[in-house]
Design a protein around this ligand. Structure first.
Ligand code: CDP
Length: 223
């Protein structure tokens, strides 16, 4: 029997569009490494805020970035980012990070620092014998892995997304983050040509996952 291929799945979409939950389920179902790139932008934002670096102060951002050592540790099927040898999810969903992350994420140097880091995670997945990688974010199918085997773009009505985020107990200006993420020059949030666009407003999570899993299953077979 032929060895099953190593696959890369890109899931992009706006704030609270359901990327993380569907990516996590796919990673379990098909034994894929799960990469939540939003958590990386959030962790770097939290670190720069701790150091009192403002997104508008580019020389300070550059100097801080040059000194950050990015590493990876696995937690189950999830690839977590370490900064200077430490991983912390503690404050990455705080109000301050929600308010600042899109400003930091618009800085080309910060995106460049994460680009090679993110691409390198495909090797981490291979080394640890995963069947592939499912990476979620804003520019995965457009910039990080434009040749991914599967590229999905999740939409949902803004009111429905705001309801989902409030249900998680978070204060989050998702409309403002979407505006910043869509309008920035560096790797804006966009549905790239050829990606499969899914509107999840009136779909259950299971229905969204099924739409993604059917073609993946055809290529990979069950785990
Ligand atoms: O709140 P939600 O889970 O939807 O957002 P997230 O995936 O945690 O991403 C937080 C923020 O990081 C986004 O609003 C973007 O500004 C930025 N981001 C990005 O620019 N590119 C990515 N690939 C992922 C996140």
């Amino acid at each position: 029997m032929a060895a099953s291929p190593f696959i890369i799945i890109a899931i992009d979409g706006g704030a609270a569009s359901g990327k993380s939950t569907s990516a996590r389920i796919l990673s379990e179902r098909f034994n894929l490494l799960h990469v939540d790139t939003g958590s990386y932008y959030r962790a770097i934002t939290a670190e720069l805020l701790r150091r009192n670096v403002a997104a508008g102060d580019l020389p300070a951002v550059r100097a801080a970035l040059a000194g950050l050592r990015l590493g990876t540790r696995l937690s189950g099927r999830s690839a977590q980012m370490e900064i200077d040898g430490r991983h912390s999810d503690d404050d990455i969903r705080s109000r301050a990070v929600n308010d600042h992350v899109s400003h930091f994420a618009a800085i080309p140097e910060l995106r460049a620092a994460l680009l090679s880091y993110q691409r390198g995670l495909a090797d981490v997945a291979r080394t640890h014998k995963f069947r592939g990688l499912v990476m979620e974010g804003r520019d995965i199918g457009s910039v990080i892995f434009p040749d991914a085997d599967f590229r999905f773009f999740l939409h949902a009505d803004p009111a429905e997304r705001a309801r989902r985020r409030a249900g998680e107990g978070q204060q989050d200006s998702i409309a403002e983050r979407d505006r910043l993420d869509t309008s920035r020059k560096a790797s804006p949030l966009t549905c790239p040509p050829g990606a499969t666009s899914i509107d999840s407003t009136h779909l259950t999570l299971e229905q969204v996952v099924t739409l993604m899993a059917v073609p993946i299953n055809a290529k990979l077979g069950p785990a």
